[in-house]
Design a protein around this ligand. Structure first.
Ligand code: FAD
Ligand code: EGU
Length: 482
């Protein structure tokens, strides 16, 4: 088989030849990356295994909408796409917490300008592909599935539209082919490559909540959350006035629900207010349309192989969705490598090395945070606890705005490096714990002082009597906490 070079400048002298970058995967990160590299003047070729979703009639695949926040927006801004995407996003200024009685409580994300956006995945992908398509130095190749590539020569083998094999060559391969990356397979065969993947026991299922009387069935500008420890549902608004509800639940519990009636019984117990909004019949059917989907967390390092290849987005770091950061982190990857390209004058070998050095600690930090939040939510987060924690965070922030910044604020509304956000969070935790200790000690000492000063006025009380009083107090506290 002959290896075809992707460059149209093959026969020119190598010094004037523009470098060719092959972007494998035309998903969210691949299509954005194509814009970044094209803007720098590289020759870019995108290879996507699926058909062109701009022409596709039905778009299948993962999660219908996503929460876009600051990091993702900054990356879009750099390629001039921020306004276009934001104008088709729905702002979510607060979470809306639903308890089992159907009571709803809003908790703002922050100040007025601090909101996240619900964006349509398919539309975002289409817009980014269309933008990449406007560059004359970019080609988009759909129905091209990467089969394998050679770290020695950099040659890639694709399965083309008619099932035929094609061998192609590029100066740099950028693996943006998602959590089950084919590009990454060659990394796994290298010495000193670290890799771990973890499937969590939960699956997810998407359900559509239709409009009610032509309008949104719930308040549109919120991220709706039904926190129920091991079960959780989240709903994000869509432009067509529907909501996409995502139910998170252990696979073993999904398996226990086998009939439409069992679905309704389950929803009656945990999410009763959502039943009339989704609709009894729709719920009974939608639940069995697709099986629950798995969620995987992938960590690896390094992200580059010689000067031949680099992994970005989910291919480098699939994270569980419990921080709403997977895409945002992947978009920030593009921004970071672009910043390093500036710093190191597009010296590819040096850029890849620096990219791994800078980015691995941050991507690992967000992977850990998302997993931590999954464990935390599952362990003891019901609607009351969720409200309490977010209020506490926000109140401390208002009292000491410079000292205490909630973790989600640093993650969602700033470009503070993820690993620094984690360090700062640990530090703040120490400050808060110290603060509580000091308050405790001061009030105990104060109480003791008052007690001693006034002891002569107090009626004497037997130890036994005191003990019954304490027990009564304990019972009272228990009751009033329920
Ligand atoms: P993908 O989107 O997976 O794209 C990979 C592309 O590569 C695909 O188009 C695929 O067809 C193609 N491909 C695969 N193999 C090959 C091959 N061999 N050859 C050629 N092409 C190939 N993130 C957020 O920021 N906010 C959220 O609110 C959010 N919510 C989420 C909710 C759920 C339930 C899930 C599962 C994820 C969520 N995410 C969220 C994460 C987000 O979906 C991912 O991080 C993001 O899609 C990663 O983009 P990517 O381009 O790296 O990978
Ligand atoms: C999960 C699935 C609320 C979209 C984490 C918050 C998510 C999203 C939260 C999905 C939660 C959880 C945060 C944002 C966001 C919260 C966040 C989670 C969007 C800590 C489409 N999470 N998500 N945290 O604070 O920072 O509101 O599927 F329930 S957006 Cl799990 Cl900010």
């Amino acid at each position: 088989m002959e290896t075809v070079s992707l460059s149209s400048h093959t026969h020119e002298s190598s010094s004037s030849k523009r470098k060719v970058i092959a972007v494998v995967g035309g998903g969210l990160v691949g299509s954005l990356n194509a814009c970044f590299f094209a803007k720098r003047g590289f020759d870019v070729a995108v290879f996507e295994s699926r058909e062109d979703i701009r022409q596709a009639k039905v778009v299948r695949g993962r999660s219908i909408n996503l929460a876009l926040s600051h990091r993702g927006r900054q990356a879009l801004k750099h390629v001039g796409m921020e306004d276009k995407i934001v104008s088709k996003g729905i702002p979510m200024h607060a979470r809306m917490i639903h308890n089992t009685n159907g009571k709803r409580s809003p908790i703002p994300y922050g100040k007025k300008g601090q909101y996240i956006l619900s964006v349509d995945r398919a539309n975002l992908n289409k817009e980014l592909l269309a933008e990449a398509d406007t560059f004359p130095n970019t080609t988009l190749n759909f129905n091209h599935k990467l089969h394998d590539w050679s770290p020695k020569t950099g040659a890639m083998t694709f399965i083309g539209p008619d099932g035929q094999r094609k061998e192609l060559q590029a100066d740099l391969i950028v693996g943006c082919d998602g959590a089950f990356s084919a590009v990454r397979k060659q990394f796994l065969r290298q010495s000193r490559f670290n890799y771990s993947q973890t499937y969590i026991p939960h699956g997810y299922m998407e359900l559509t909540m239709p409009p009610k009387d032509g309008d949104f069935a719930m308040e549109p500008n919120y991220l709706h959350i039904w926190p129920r420890n091991t079960f959780m549902m989240i709903a994000l608004p869509n432009l067509d006035r529907t909501f996409t509800c995502t139910l998170f639940m252990p696979f073993e519990d999904f398996e226990k629900i086998r009939s439409g009636d069992e679905v309704i019984r389950f929803f009656q117990q945990y999410f009763p207010d959502s039943i009339p909004l989704i609709g009894v019949e729709a719920l009974k059917q939608d639940f069995f349309r697709l099986p629950a989907q798995a969620m995987v967390s992938v960590k690896c390092s390094p992200y580059h192989l010689f000067d031949k290849c680099v992994l970005m987005g989910d291919a480098a770091h699939a994270v569980v969705p419990f921080y709403g950061q997977g895409m945002n982190a992947g978009f920030e990857d593009c921004l970071v490598i672009n910043e390093i390209m500036d710093q190191l004058d597009e010296n590819i070998a040096a850029v890849l090395q620096e990219y791994t050095r800078v980015r691995v600690p941050d991507d690992h930090a967000i992977a850990d945070l998302a997993m931590y939040n999954y464990v935390e939510m599952r362990a003891h987060v019901n609607s009351k606890y969720f409200l309490f924690r977010k209020y506490l965070d926000n109140i401390l922030h208002v009292i000491m705005p410079k000292t205490i910044v909630p973790l989600y604020t640093m993650v969602t509304f700033t470009r503070t490096r993820y690993h620094e956000a984690v360090n700062r969070w640990h530090w703040q935790d120490k400050v808060i714990t110290r603060g509580l200790w000091v308050c405790g000690v001061v009030s105990a000492a104060g109480g003791m002082y008052v007690l001693v000063r006034n002891s002569h006025k107090l009626p004497s009380i037997s130890a036994e009597h005191l003990w019954t009083r304490i027990l009564a107090l304990k019972r009272f506290l228990k009751c009033s906490c329920k």
